[in-house]
Design a protein around this ligand. Structure first.
Ligand SMILES: Nc1ncnc2c1ncn2[C@@H]1O[C@H](COP(=O)(O)OP(=O)(O)O)[C@@H](O)[C@H]1O
Ligand SMILES: [Mg+2]
Length: 271
């Protein structure tokens, strides 16, 4: 809607986990490096925790893109089911849907595990590593489900894990894992994402505008200060404020987005 007016090729602040837009703050870079090591270093498992909207999902998408489908078979579960059979079925479907019979009777854990093992062995034979990512894993409440997930790491061959299990979730996930000692021990890689620091917010905004095709700034230093203050440094909120400010600025035919305009937007939209 406002793309032409602001001379951008697409909306720069869409709240979607598009890895093209990833801004490599030190903590995002650190998380990506560690998770990548969890996979390439045959570490078994890893955990990434972080406040809602700080970039866990976008880092996960960047990881899968960086590692590549040619060499890896990924299951990216973005909304974990409450029961283990459902979760396991989603994992198998994500890895290789053709192996999954349609009949609901095949929901039995034992047969699903057998199918999964077949997929893992096929992948290994084809020179592919298998990576299972469970996003929003803090939703899982039943410790038994975590326990079952841990058992997946028993699929090994010649001392090598047949899969890497990565769990992403909000900060409470840490406690849930910590309470299950055997799972904790199987998750040697840990990383955490927090809000961006004040000085990073300006660079974040500049970066996203650049990816969308715009080099000159749109937001004045006062606008950036207002965004820093009202977003609390959470990328999801920064995006929200920036996007709506661009819309309001377009409506007002502004040539820059001022601090006042950002304040007005926050008030009008009740952000
Ligand atoms: N480092 C980053 N670089 C670019 N965009 C980011 C970054 N971190 C978060 N975002 C953006 O913020 C929004 C929320 O990020 P998301 O990965 O969904 O957070 P989480 O999964 O932690 O709730 C996404 O739209 C994403 O594009
Ligand atoms: Mg997420």
């Amino acid at each position: 809607m406002y793309e032409k007016y602001w001379k951008v090729e697409e909306k720069p602040f869409k709240n979607t986990p598009d890895p093209r837009y990833l801004y490599y703050s030190p903590q995002h870079e650190d998380a990506l490096m560690k998770l990548s090591y969890a996979v390439t270093g045959d570490m078994g498992g890893g955990v990434m925790t972080g406040v809602f909207g700080c970039g866990k999902t976008i880092v996960g998408k960047a990881l899968t893109q960086q590692l590549g489908e040619a060499r890896y078979n990924f299951a990216f579960i973005d909304n974990p089911m409450v029961s283990f059979p459902d979760l396991l079925r989603a994992i198998v479907r994500n890895l290789n849907s053709s192996k999954l019979p349609d009949k609901k009777t095949e929901l039995m854990v034992d047969s699903l595990l057998e199918i999964l093992e077949g997929v893992l062995i096929d992948n290994d034979r084809d020179g592919k590593d298998t990576v299972i990512i469970v996003d929003e894993a803090h939703i899982i409440d039943d410790p038994k489900v975590f326990e079952e997930l841990r058992l997946l790491l028993n699929f090994q061959t010649k001392g090598k894990f047949l899969l890497t299990l990565l769990l992403f979730g909000q900060p409470e996930l840490k406690g849930k894992i910590y309470n299950i000692k055997q799972l904790e021990q199987r998750m040697p890689i840990k990383c955490h994402l927090d809000k961006l620091e004040t000085k990073e917010i300006s660079a974040y905004i500049t970066h996203r505008l650049k990816v969308a095709g715009r080099e000159e700034p749109i937001f004045t230093p006062e606008a950036i200060s207002a965004i820093q203050e009202h977003s609390g440094g959470i990328p999801r909120r920064i995006n929200h404020i920036c996007d709506l400010s661009m819309l309001v600025g377009f409506g007002k035919k502004a040539d820059k987005i001022s601090g006042e305009l950002v304040q007005q937007t926050i008030k009008d939209f009740g952000i």
